[in-house]
Ligand binder design. Structure first.
Ligand code: DX5
Ligand code: ZN
Length: 226
């Protein structure tokens, strides 16, 4: 299994809005465009008002690509399922702080399963609530939309939270932002400390994945596209 490079910034495509009838083709197109891994959004119709997919689809993605899978669990009862998501192929497994009284225990369990442990917070959740759990996180996911759907507008509070976290986490903890990351918002995400940039509709909504990924990287690194 490949591991995710730690150099920043990295753009991870959310496959939420891919063509599921051609999932293998979508994965191949994104691989050919040069993505470093995939962000996989799991929704339970309870924690979020939408359903996406579960183990069989994640297992199918795992069989299709060797790239790392960053699995975002938008589910109400993650403790019951983390082992199965690791077995299904996750390399990073992120759970939401809003459904955990003491996230530390579950984060430690995820680490003990041999994968990286992530903790996510929604826009209304104060960043201070996760301070005690930070030493147990390999990744912190700052949501910049209310989770459930792609294509929403970026919530500017995410930039403030990233800036606070950047000064608080150790050098090994990855900061990730998810939701509404596009040509207009990506640069400030990097400036605010985000290392992993989840991009859904701003990539999979485009015809040419490679050209769009290049453009987003150019904006993220403030280089002029050639
Ligand atoms: C939202 C998901 C995101 C989403 C991103 O619930 O967690 O990963 O698919 O899509 P965009 O980039 O379109 O906001
Ligand atoms: Zn996500």
């Amino acid at each position: 299994m490949d591991t995710m490079p730690s150099t920043a910034p990295l753009i991870l495509p959310s496959i939420l809005q891919c063509d599921y009838g051609n999932l293998e083709l979508e994965i191949r197109r994104l691989e050919a465009a040069g993505v470093p891994g995939f962000h996989v959004d799991v929704m339970d119709g309870n924690f979020v008002p939408n359903l996406s997919f579960g183990f069989p689809v994640l297992e199918a993605i795992r069989r299709t690509t060797k790239l790392p899978l960053d699995v975002h669990l938008m589910i109400s009862n993650p403790a019951e399922y983390v082992t199965r998501y690791v077995d299904a192929g996750a390399d990073i497994l992120t759970v939401h702080a809003e459904v955990l009284d003491e996230p530390q225990e579950l984060l430690d369990k995820i680490r003990s399963l041999g994968v990286q442990a992530g903790l996510a917070i929604n826009p209304p959740t104060p960043v201070e609530t996760i301070f005690p759990a930070l030493p147990h996180c390999d990744l912190v996911l700052v949501m910049s939309v209310m989770p459930g759907f792609g294509g929403q507008r970026f919530d500017a509070t995410a930039w403030e939270k990233l800036t606070v976290l950047r000064d608080r986490v150790d050098e090994h903890t990855i900061l990730e932002v998810d939701g509404g990351v596009n040509e207009q918002t990506i640069s400030r995400c990097v400036d605010s400390g985000a290392q992993f940039l989840v991009v859904g509709s701003a990539l999979t909504g485009q015809a040419d994945y490679a050209a769009q990924l290049d453009q987003l990287y150019a904006l993220a690194t403030k280089e002029t596209p050639c």
